[in-house]
Structures are given as C-alpha cells and as structure tokens.
Design a protein around this ligand. Structure first.
Ligand SMILES: Cc1ncc(COP(=O)(O)O)c(C=O)c1O
Length: 379
C-alpha cells in the first residue's frame, strides 16, 4: 500500500503532477521545456506577488536557493544579520560562514520566533547590508512575523531575504507590498511538486545589487549566468531538470487555478483541523501557540509514547511523519499539512493515528479526533 507522506516536505504529489513528471524527457533547450519554464516563472511571480523582479528556477534544492540569495547580494566586506528560530535559520549562518561572509545571528528559543523589537534594535546599529529571515522553520513549526520584519526594514536600505521553503505558496508572502527583496524556496513543500528545484525570486532592488557587485563567489549559483536563460529558455547554461520543471509548471498551474487566497485559506483550515484532531487525542504542541505555522505541526509525545515505535506503527497504518530535528529528536514528531493535501487525507491520517495509539496501549475514544477535525473542516 502506498503510504500517505505527511513529513514536512516532500509533500504528497497529486497524479496530475506525477503524470507531467512521467512524460518522456525532451530536449532541455526545445520549445516544450522552454514553454514549461516560462509558464512556471510567470506563475511563480503571481504566487509571491512580485510584479517586476526576476524569478529563477534551477535544478537543486532549498539549500541551493539559500546560497543563491546570499552569494548574489553581499560582498565579503558587508555584514549579514540572520534571524534564526531553528535548524534552518542556523543553516543560513553556516552558509555565511562557509563563504566567509561576516554575519551575526539573532536566535529565538526553539518553538518561538525572534521578536520584531530585537530586529529593530539590531538594525539601529547600522552594521548590516542584508537581513535573512526564515518564514517557517521546519524544525520547530514556528512562523515568523515576516511582514512585521519588513515594516522595520522599510526605508533602511537593507536588503531583506525570506526563506520560504516551508511557506511559499501555502502562507502569504507579498514581495512587492511588504518590500521583500528575495523569496527563496523549493518545489517539494507547499507547491506540492517533487523535489529537485531551487527557486528564488529577486526584486528589482536585489537585481540592481547583484549588478553592482563586480564578481560573486559562485558560478552555477550566479543569477547573472542564469538570467539570459530565464528570459529565453531555449538558450543553454546548464541542463535543467526537464521533467521536474514540467511537473513544477503543472504544480503552479494548479495553484493559480485554485487561487492564492483560497490556497492560503485551505492551508489555515488544514492546520486547524489537524490540531483539533491531535488535541482530541491528548497531544500538545511544541510550538508556542502565537507562532503556529499553517504548514506543519510539531507535536510533543505524551509520557509513555516512544518516538521510533510510534512512527513505525503509524507508518504500518499508512502514514509517514518525521521525527524531531536537533534538540527535539525523540521528543516530538513533525507532521506536514501542505501542498495539495485534502480534508479526506487529514481524516485518514487521524483515523490511522487513533489505531496506532490504541496498538501502543493508549486509551483512545474511537472516532474522537475525526469528529474534532470534521467540526473544523465541515462546521
Ligand atoms: C525552512 C527551510 N529552509 C531550507 C531548507 C533546505 O531545503 P532542502 O532540503 O530542499 O535543501 C528546508 C528543508 O526542509 C527548510 O525547511
């Protein structure tokens, strides 16, 4: 039996997208691939509400999209401020370190976010050229106030980069209105596409900054090498993931058909339904209530439930969730609810959860979590 993949990315890929992936591989510089890339780029700008600016989609993954954002926007003489609420915020710091880019890191406790006041205070030092924030850190399930950060940065001249790997397409990110310079993301989470792509959308200001740098410590990750291909995808720089690109184009078509407002609302509803169900089973959230992300839940194990046994049993019952990362390993499980997930899949997951807990000897009132979730899904 195929298992329902509810790890926090990759998310389940619907047949329409899988069909696009499975069609024969064609020339990477042919008309078909060019049309796929052009459509994906055009839709991507709609998804992050960026009218001007330049979108880039290249073979890779979210970590490459982080490198692309960083390497194209600062020189080694400039300083970066990283706002980190967990594992992936820290990763941005590691990338700075790897490339010798000076940086400071403002960390929140796991499960919470960096308060906007802390950013405001740091900005007043005048030390920075760029601020990088993680929208949703997949290790903690906390969603940062990226719009509030943007307000603070308005008029300061600092570039503002948002890691949307676990948010873009599922939670609002309005580049133009809010003043975000780069949204970096990947295909495998809220887009509901298979993994394999690094995605960055650069504002006009970000492009101007790249053009002002005489050189950057990157070759494949240099956006100026990719720009001619994004403008005219029959040109060659490096072979794109032809099938992934086609699948991604289809994923964005589904998103535009659904409508972004409807998609954000559906993610919010899914999050509430999952949480109602889990609370009904006695689980509590690791993430602070005021920071809960709509795209995943990070859930504490109650006393007596062992991580490996629980996840193995849950998988046997048809659902795969992820364990904790870093300091939360063994203490929590992480459940994604993003992309093209349906209400029926959420109910299936809760029913399987009830069976898993019962098999582990917990007293579970059959159907209680489903009833709680259904009240949210179909009030
Ligand atoms: C917020 C965030 N940023 C960056 C990454 C890195 O993405 P990838 O694993 O595709 O390299 C992830 C991966 O889960 C993520 O959740």
């Amino acid at each position: 039996m195929d298992k329902l993949l509810l790890i926090p990315g990759p998310s389940p890929v619907v047949p329409r997208i899988l069909d696009a992936l499975a069609r024969p591989t064609v020339s990477h510089v042919g008309a078909e691939t060019a049309a796929d890339l052009s459509l994906a780029l055009e839709n991507l700008k709609k998804i992050v509400f960026c009218a001007a600016g330049e979108p880039f989609i290249v073979a890779g993954a979210g970590t490459l999209s982080m490198e692309i954002a960083l390497l194209n926007l600062v020189s080694r003489e400039e300083r970066v401020l990283v706002l980190s609420q967990g594992y992936f915020g820290d990763r941005m710091g590691q990338i700075c370190e790897s490339f010798g880019v000076p940086f400071d890191i403002l960390r929140s406790p796991w499960g919470s976010v960096v308060p906007p006041e802390d950013l405001a205070r740091a900005v007043r030092t005048g030390s920075y050229a760029l601020v990088a924030a993680t929208h949703v850190d997949t290790s903690t399930g906390a969603s940062a106030p990226v719009k509030d950060y943007a307000e603070i940065l308005k008029g300061t001249g600092l570039l503002y980069v948002v890691d949307g790997v676990c948010a873009t397409g599922g939670i609002e990110e309005r580049m133009d209105d809010w003043g975000i310079d780069v949204v970096l993301t990947a295909a495998q989470k809220c887009f509901g596409a298979p993994p394999g792509l690094a995605i960055d959308v650069f504002s006009e200001r970000a492009m101007a900054k790249r053009r002002s740098l005489p050189a950057v410590p990157a070759y494949y990750a240099d956006v100026l090498r990719w720009l001619p291909i994004m403008k005219e995808p029959t040109k060659y720089f490096s072979t794109p993931g032809v099938n992934e690109m086609r699948a991604f184009a289809e994923a964005t078509r589904i998103m535009i058909e659904e409508g972004m407002e409807a998609r954000f609302a559906r993610h919010a509803l899914a999050a509430r339904a999952v949480r109602a169900g889990l609370e009904g089973l006695g689980f509590t959230s690791f993430t602070r209530r005021e920071c809960l992300a709509e795209t995943l839940s990070v859930v504490r194990y109650p006393e007596g439930i062992e991580d490996k046994a629980f996840r193995a049993g849950y998988a046997e019952n048809g659902v795969v969730v992820a364990g904790g990362l870093g300091e939360t390993a063994g203490r929590v499980f992480r459940m994604g609810h993003m992309g093209n997930l349906t209400g029926a899949q959420i109910l299936f997951a809760l029913e399987a959860m009830e069976r898993t807990l019962a098999a582990l000897g917990r007293a579970v009132e059959k159907g209680s979590s489903l009833r709680a979730a259904e009240l949210v899904l179909r009030p």
